[in-house]
Write a protein that binds this ligand. Structure first.
Ligand code: GLP
Length: 269
């Protein structure tokens, strides 16, 4: 596992966007005919990264014309036009601002009548592209990735999940502070779906994520902190800010600082 510690949210966002851009350009340089397949999250954490990606796209440094995206999750029972659907979020913060073809965007349909079939279709579509090249994610304060709440199977696949009280409480900030307005269920990729990506990058910022970061990096692999599964991934990168490091051991913090210093930032443009 690689842990990148940036001074603040701004720098974290730049690092993450530059890294994604670098991977996209490498893919293009190799002359690959298959598209670059990108897994994407919602939430407040990736907003800065999306803003930087939009800048890089507008400057002509990267293009999303040969990029296919798969979003991690979507609320069940919210029509996509809903103000708080992840479909709306993604179009507002990224898709409407870049040159991605509409048909390259994949977001689970939270209104599907047969949710099991919808989830199966999503998994099969990912597979049809040869899997996800880079899965970007955020993390919940309780360590959940996508909507894989504590005690989700670490081998889980895309499915419908019931949201915990904690998650509904956290997300109620987007629903005018009203917990009962937050959908109780969501469709989400599984931990196993994320783990199958060739590379996974998780953004962790702010003091309220400090415990989750400690469990991701220093804790044992456990279903109670689903993020800890990343310890078993061959290419996992955590990009965090100083505030999120508040609960790491001094030795752990220094180790990751030293090792990145030694390799000097390869994601810098
Ligand atoms: C939701 C999303 C997750 C996200 C998490 C953290 O539960 N399903 O994908 O990582 O929120 O959100 P934020 O980035 O706003 O802290």
């Amino acid at each position: 596992m690689r842990v990148i510690i940036e001074p603040d949210y701004e720098r974290l966002s730049q690092w993450a966007a530059n890294y994604i851009a670098k991977r996209m350009r490498e893919h293009e340089r190799k002359g690959e005919t298959r598209p670059f397949v990108l897994g994407l999250p919602t939430g407040s954490s990736p907003i800065g990264t999306y803003r930087e990606l939009v800048k890089l796209c507008k400057s002509g440094y990267i293009s999303f014309r040969n990029v296919v995206t798969f979003n991690m999750d979507e609320y069940a029972g919210l029509p996509r036009e809903h103000e708080q659907s992840y479909w709306t979020f993604m179009h507002r913060h990224l898709f409407d601002l870049i040159d991605i073809p509409t048909e390259n965007i994949n977001i689970l349909d939270g209104m599907a009548e047969d949710t099991a079939a919808e989830c199966q279709r999503f998994e099969e579509k990912i597979e049809s592209y040869g899997g996800i090249d880079l899965f970007l994610g955020g993390i919940g304060a309780d360590g959940h990735i996508a909507f894989n709440e504590p005690f989700s199977s670490l081998t889980s696949r895309t499915r419908e999940k019931t949201l915990t009280f904690d998650t509904k409480l956290m997300n109620s900030r987007f629903f005018g502070g009203n917990i009962s307005a937050v959908p109780s269920k969501a469709l989400t990729v599984g931990v196993g779906t994320v783990m199958d990506a060739k590379e996974v990058m998780i953004l962790v910022n702010g003091h309220n994520k400090a415990r989750a970061l400690r469990h991701t990096v220093e804790g044992g692999v456990s279903q109670s902190w689903t993020c800890s599964a990343l310890q078993m991934h061959k290419r996992a990168i955590i990009v965090c800010d100083e505030d999120a490091c508040d609960e790491l051991k001094v030795g752990t913090y220094r180790f990751f600082k030293d090792i990145e210093q030694a390799h000097l930032d390869p994601a810098t443009l």
